[in-house]
Design a protein around this ligand. Sequence first.
Ligand SMILES: Nc1ncnc2c1ncn2[C@@H]1O[C@H](COP(=O)(O)OP(=O)(O)OP(=O)(O)O)[C@@H](O)[C@H]1O
Ligand SMILES: [Mg+2]
Length: 503
Amino acid sequence: MPLGRILVVDDEDSMCQYLSILLRKEGYTVRTANSGAQALKAIEEEPADLVMTDIQMPKMDGIQLLKGIKAMDPTTPVVIMTAYASEQSAIDAVNLGAFSYLQKHCKNDEIKIVVRNALALRQAKTEAQELRRELSKKKTTKSIIGQSPRMRSVFKMVDKIASTTATILINGESGTGKELIAQSIHQRSDRANETFVAINCGAIPETLLESQLFGHVKGSFTGADRDHDGFCRQAENGTIFLDEIGETPHAIQVKLLRMLQEREIYPVGSSCPVKVNVRVIAATNRDLEDEVARGNFRTDLYYRLNVIPLNLPSLRDRVDDIPLLVDHFLKRCCPGEYVGPLPTILDDGALRALQAYDWPGNVRELENVIERASIIREGTRITMRDLPTFVADAQGGQAAGGNLAVGGPWTLEDLEKAHILAVLDGSGRARKQTADILGINASTLYRKLKKYGVQDDDDVQALADDLAGTAGEELLAAIDAQLREQDGSVAAPGVPELETVGS
Ligand SMILES: Nc1ncnc2c1ncn2[C@@H]1O[C@H](COP(=O)(O)OP(=O)(O)OP(=O)(O)O)[C@@H](O)[C@H]1O
Ligand SMILES: [Mg+2]
């Protein structure tokens, strides 16, 4: 709809008529009201793109009307009309958020220019809002992966609470997906077409945080050269996500409490409250109850926020989900390349190491590790060698089984391990007999098996299976070639020198 709905407010009928005729001629749709109360009612019935109001009216004057309009829709421009040029109250009105003021007996051209500019501003603000909405819709197409019982109950809860307007407090360690869940709640709510705004309360200095959250008026501090909406107003009718809420400074905690209780905010430098309609989702990786007990977080705010608590499990508490998550990240990292089941691109050993590691950085850390591995891998499959050592070490140095790279290059350790395992498997898993065949004592064999993460027959089986696979076949062929080379019969280029096997 073209922007051009103007509401003229004046207790003098003649002024209303004069402006109506002038502005209708310009193609605008004009309504009139003879009092502030009538004007607010008219806007409630149908929004206006511009309000032009007399400043002096009985009961509700122009300034009060301005405050009322801004509380209903802060993007509506208001032009104040005064009897005298540079009247102080008109200047005050501009400081309170009026677009401009006009002297009642100014030239028609001046009126037309102010109206055109005010409507252009309104248009720009409306477009910016639309863009933000589009952007927030696009940002949230990420899927949330998880089939473990803990995640299933999280999803169930999300389904239940999404359509309500209740405030939600998400608890979870860093990287567990708190923001992802918050976005998903927004997407499933009837606010989905409105803006989702995320703000990290711990990352912004206190002085800035207040104006980022609640906005400021022009001149409220050095550098505030124009009005600024702030995130709460940008999220109007939508959702605001307050991340790291536990790190919010005390002074801001008080203001957030007021926002939750009164549903209104005060932009910095303004004494005029603005009504807001936002759903609040907060998140913390701290124990907020503990912060309350230690006096770092206000009890009243805690209870206001914690209407519906949602606890996200750490990744180490849902190890079952790791293969699914890895599969998900690999499909994203290797587009068009990875189609088959997980083992076609990630070998068993690497997967076991991923499941043994305790993931202090949770899903975010896993995502980074997989992304890195998919880039640095030398073969087609990701193996233990492509994982950071702290992950590979999680299984006691080397994981049992599956860390043999197809096509090599193999380390001496790989060769030694393959040989030991082949003998162990061939001897029906008899460790004493294996040690005898290898010419080492039983405690050396035990130490080596422990180093490879071999604890029981299942681990031996896994390694034997791996040896029976392509990587193992190639490796055994390499050992064979190496041994024959040692005999002086065949050269085997590219195979590491085998100094001692089994010692
Ligand atoms: N269940 C999941 N499925 C898919 N991706 C996930 C999942 N959980 C988290 N992620 C991914 O992990 C990363 C971190 O998630 P997010 O930012 O939501 O975590 P957070 O808990 O808010 O972290 P922080 O406490 O550090 O702010 C993101 O890239 C997100 O897409
Ligand atoms: Mg976060």
